[in-house]
Design a protein around this ligand. Structure first.
Ligand SMILES: [Ca+2]
Ligand SMILES: [Ca+2]
Ligand SMILES: [Ca+2]
Ligand SMILES: [Ca+2]
Length: 318
């Protein structure tokens, strides 16, 4: 990336000195460990403190992208002038959107969106919680032409794409599963949870409120809080493996899968911004390079980025 537009951004958004100091990149510590997800059964009730304490922590924010981009390189020229800014580092992507009514000084900063996700597992479920910093809670889409439960991009959404083949299969068939959750309670809205299974290149998306039984007992609690929003969810492995049942029995300690994340953040407008983790807009379908997660008995020890799988990927791309 050219230095000129970056310096322009500093002037444009008046980044604090503390944030600029992170751009040197030295000693960057990967917050997200080595991909080992601990076996832990939380109480799924909307109080995320148990998963915060007992789960695997995945976190990223715009200042991380600057730091990692400076250290490992940016994958495309950035566009810092348009309302939807673009900054792509190797496996994270920041194109947060400046919405009407949003403070321009906040857009694209850690105040706009800082993600904190927590994962655990047991024999029955994959568990996820979020406690995200966000400057606008978005759960109502554009209804000019009526309600649209499919418009996930117009709401704050957790979106993981599982590759159940651990990077060995295709990116558009039975091993690929999208799971999305909005920061609401499951019964509050049809769009509260969405799942999409792929088969022979075609995805089939189901919204929770259209067919709750399809979700096989999945739970979701969520809403706004003082710093942004939270959610806590259980996702049955039987649901995740619905189109890949022959591999359901692989779930257990040592089971590895790939996962990448898209987090929409429209901030009240109809055009969405988002960040990616595990890919950017040029590599989003490259499932054999998505971050790798491994189910294990205990919580893994956080690992410096250079020693992690993702660190290896970054080195390959330098
Ligand atoms: Ca809980
Ligand atoms: Ca924004
Ligand atoms: Ca935001
Ligand atoms: Ca938002």
């Amino acid at each position: 990336m050219k230095r000129v537009p970056y310096l322009a951004l500093v002037g444009l958004t008046a980044l604090a000195t503390a944030a600029s100091a992170q751009l040197m990149g030295n000693g960057v510590y990967w917050h997200s460990g080595d991909g080992g997800i601990p076996k832990y059964t939380p109480k799924v009730d909307g109080n995320v403190s148990d998963l915060e304490a007992g789960g695997y922590h995945l976190s990223w924010k715009p200042s991380d992208i600057w730091a990692w981009g400076d250290k490992y390189g940016y994958t495309q020229d950035s566009d810092l002038i348009s309302r939807r800014i673009r900054v792509y580092a190797i496996d994270v992507d920041n194109n947060l959107y400046l919405a009407d009514g949003e403070d321009p000084a906040e857009n694209g900063t850690d105040v706009d969106l800082t993600t904190n996700y927590y994962f655990s597992w047991d024999e029955n479920n994959f568990y996820v919680a979020a406690n995200n910093i966000d400057n606008h809670y978005d759960v109502v889409e554009d209804r000019t032409n009526g309600a649209n439960d499919n418009a996930f991009w117009q709401r704050d959404t957790f979106w993981i794409t599982f590759d159940l083949s651990d990077g060995t299969g295709a990116n558009n068939t039975n091993n690929i599963v999208d799971f999305r959750a909005a920061p609401v309670n499951a019964n509050d809205a049809a769009f509260s949870m969405q799942i999409q299974h792929f088969q022979d290149g075609t995805g089939t998306q189901i919204n929770y409120g259209d067919d709750p039984d399809y979700f096989l007992g999945a739970q979701l609690f969520g809403g706004p809080n003082s710093t942004g929003y939270y959610l806590e969810s259980s996702v049955p492995w039987d649901l995740i493996f619905l189109f890949d049942p022959d591999n359901r029995n692989r779930v257990g300690s040592g089971f590895a899968f790939r996962g990448r994340f898209i987090i929409p953040d429209p901030d009240g407008d109809n055009l969405y911004g988002q960040t990616y983790f595990g890919g950017d807009q040029t590599t989003i379908g490259t499932n054999n390079k998505w971050p790798r997660f491994i189910l294990q008995e205990d919580l893994s020890v956080p690992t410096a980025v250079e020693e992690s799988t993702w660190g290896t990927v970054k080195k390959l791309s330098q």
